[in-house]
Write a protein that binds this ligand. Structure first.
Ligand code: FES
Length: 87
C-alpha cells in the first residue's frame, strides 16, 4: 500500500493504489483548493500541487506509489510575490 506524505501539513496516510489524491485530501480536511473550483474536473487548476518537483493537478492524480506532496503552491507563490514587491 502506497504512503502519501503531505509536506506542508506534516501528515502521512496509507492508501490503496489508484486512490484519488484529491479525494484523500478532501476526506482528511487537507486544503488543496482555497477558492471556487471546478469540482475536480481538471479545468480550473486550483488544486495545483507538486510531487517530487513536478506540478500536478490533485484532482487528476491517482496514487500508484509513495508520494511526497506540497499542496500550498499558490499560497507560497503569492507570499513570494509580496516579498519581492516589498523588498
Ligand atoms: S479542482 Fe479544478 S483542476 Fe483540480
Amino acid at each position: 500500500m502506497p504512503k502519501v506524505h503531505f509536506i506542508d501539513e506534516n501528515q502521512t496516510f496509507e492508501v490503496e493504489k489508484g486512490d484519488s489524491l484529491w479525494e484523500l485530501a478532501q476526506d482528511n480536511n487537507i486544503e488543496i483548493v482555497s477558492k471556487p473550483h471546478c469540482g475536480g474536473e481538471g479545468r480550473c487548476q486550483k488544486c495545483l500541487s507538486q510531487i517530487n518537483g513536478e506540478r500536478v493537478l490533485a484532482c487528476q492524480t491517482f496514487i500508484q506509489e509513495d508520494l511526497n506532496i506540497e499542496t500550498n503552491l499558490q499560497k507560497k507563490e503569492r507570499e513570494e510575490a509580496r516579498r519581492l514587491m516589498n523588498s
